[in-house]
Write a protein that binds this ligand. Structure first.
Ligand SMILES: [Zn+2]
Length: 321
């Protein structure tokens, strides 16, 4: 089957589209409700849950489970699994599989979130189209052994709807009614639907962020380095070359942002270890070696990845005082 033909076989899943339209319209109503008639505690509580869900998607599913940018102690893995469940974006296993698929076929027709088809496709359409006809064959090529051995990912996948029902819907919507007398409609549209609308977009943006925080697709000359400082960063583009770097933020930042702050804090507390990154010198050396030994970029990046593992191990054995 040719690639073109198989892509044409993707179909709109109208039930999913209708769900997302309702979610966003009711989420907007929830936003208006939050500004006008909700209790402040409901707004703060929703914000807290959104931050937890954001950590579950970015630190948990993306940097830890998909890219193995660091190692995490079991209490943190359990915590991140629950945070990811709160986000309501499907099991971690599926998230990791689609994101690894996205990286493997990045920018090609087989990439489920192909950024070359524009922001609307990468951000929204990719999530409402049926899967590629070659999907079964494609996922066989994705190494998921590490994730399959993770008990928390297995548990979440097996009992996803039960866990999501309890931690994602029942407890969050019940709390405002029970503890500070919020109205039922307020709890549903703010703590429920507005929150899901935000966390869904947070999750979608991990794959589509390059179209916002990079020069991709912009009608500006991409050769002027000053644009890097004035407008957008290249960090999302960097991520597709060096995905194991724990410092690289999902939304255009490097070594800053809420997710990175939490990883640093958990590292200080001993919950996160074996942090993998690539220093500027390492990349410069790699480029030098590439030129000297006439290596391909793929070989150079593989060597850089091995070096990041070696350096992570080295810092791990330095005792902390
Ligand atoms: Zn990634």
């Amino acid at each position: 089957m040719s690639e073109k033909k198989s892509v044409k076989n993707k179909e709109m899943q109208w039930a999913v589209i209708l769900w997302y339209i309702h979610l966003h319209v009711l989420g907007l109503y929830g936003f208006w409700f939050a500004l006008t008639s909700a209790k402040w505690m409901t707004v703060f509580f929703t914000l807290l849950l959104t931050i937890l869900a954001y950590l579950g998607v970015t630190v948990g599913a993306h940097r830890f489970w998909t890219h193995r940018a660091f190692e995490a102690a079991w209490p943190l893995r359990l915590f991140l699994m629950l945070c990811h469940t709160i986000a309501g974006v499907g099991p971690i296993y599926d998230w990791v599989l689609y994101h690894r698929l996205h990286h493997k076929y990045y920018g090609t027709d087989k990439d489920p979130f192909n950024h070359k088809k524009g922001f609307l496709y990468s951000h929204f359409m990719a999530n409402v189209l049926s899967w590629h006809m070659d999907y079964d064959e494609m996922i066989r090529l994705i190494d998921m052994r590490d994730v399959e051995q993770d008990g928390y990912v297995w548990f979440q996948k097996k009992f996803y709807w039960l866990l999501f029902g309890i931690f994602g819907i029942l407890l969050p919507v019940n709390a405002p009614l029970e503890y500070w007398d919020e109205s039922l409609s307020g709890a549903i549209v703010i703590t429920g639907l507005l929150r899901f609308a935000i966390t869904t977009n947070i999750s979608w943006l991990v794959a589509s962020s390059r179209l916002i925080w990079s020069l991709e697709g912009k009608k500006i000359p991409p050769d002027s380095i000053s644009l890097f400082f004035i407008t957008h960063s290249f960090w999302p583009a960097y991520h597709y070359m060096i995905p194991w770097d724990w410092k690289c933020g999902e939304y255009g930042t490097y070594d800053s942002g809420v997710a990175t702050f939490f990883i640093k804090m958990w590292n200080e507390l001993g919950m996160v270890d074996y942090l993998r990154t690539s220093e500027t010198e390492d990349i410069r050396d790699m480029l030098h070696q590439m030129a000297k030994k006439k290596l391909t970029l793929e070989n150079g990046l593989n060597e850089l990845e091995e070096l990041s593992k070696y350096n992570a191990k080295k810092t791990r054995i330095i005792p902390r005082h």
